[in-house]
Design a protein around this ligand. Structure first.
Ligand code: MN
Length: 241
């Protein structure tokens, strides 16, 4: 490739990146009805169940290390990253809506802090299933609950490297499934999948490796035994307001 041709290509790529970034810029209006609207950025919340509560699907040792070491480290590093900055007085939603200008430490640790709280809360020992309203929407969008599980499961299984899969509500209140890399989430202005999150699964190896080793698919399939559909339905009601 000639030098001029190459420079032209680089220029076009830069323009494409800028346009992409602009179209994903934060929209706090869209985040008004997020399910954890009162999320306190200064508090590390307790795990909503015992470490062994989700056995045998998620083992106690994984849960303890995941919550008490990984999650706690994200929280501590997030607090350090925002200390003394104007972000200290912002909501997590304001921070995520402008995450592209907040720096990697805030992005990675703020995401890691929030995503795990969101994840713990969308799991429970027992659940009756989605509310009639949510189930109707799932049937309409994905065909059936099983079809939805397959779509969401595939998103989780095929996320390359570390990240999260999500069920979320788009700006026009449509259910959608997608995944994010690292600790990104659909509330972030940098995310390729944008909207209000309803359900997530952590597919970092630290979430399953002790029990499942390289078998991420088995962990994802087991996840359906511990989904807290009452919480997911509550988030859906809140987001639809
Ligand atoms: Mn994790």
């Amino acid at each position: 490739m000639g030098k001029i041709k190459m420079l032209k290509k680089i220029g076009l790529t830069a323009v494409a990146i800028l346009i992409t970034l602009k179209s994903f810029s934060g929209d706090p209006e869209n985040l008004k009805n997020t399910a954890m609207e009162n999320f306190n950025i200064h508090e590390f919340p307790a795990l909503p169940y015992a470490y062994d509560a989700l056995e045998p699907y998620i083992d106690a040792r994984t849960m303890e290390i995941h919550y008490d070491r990984h999650h706690r480290a994200y929280f501590n590093n997030f607090i350090s990253a925002i200390k003394g900055t104007s972000l200290e007085n912002n909501t997590i939603y304001e921070i995520f809506a402008g995450i592209s200008s907040a720096g990697d430490a805030v992005r990675n640790n703020g995401g890691g802090f929030y995503n795990h709280v969101f994840f713990w809360n969308n799991m429970a020992v027992k659940s009756a299933g989605p509310s009639p309203e949510l189930l109707a929407d799932i049937n309409k969008t994905f065909g059936s609950l099983d079809k939805f599980k397959e779509t969401f499961g595939n998103s989780a299984k095929t996320r390359f490297g570390s990240g999260w899969a999500w069920l979320y509500l788009t700006k026009d209140k449509t259910l959608a499934v997608g995944s994010t890399p690292n600790q990104d989430n659909p509330l972030m202005d940098v995310s390729p999948v944008k909207g209000i999150p309803l359900l997530t699964i952590d597919v970092w190896e630290h979430a399953y490796y002790l029990k499942y080793q390289n078998k991420r698919a088995d962990y994802v399939d087991a996840f359906w035994n511990v989904v807290n559909w009452e919480e997911v339905s509550r988030r859906y009601q809140q987001a639809m307001k």
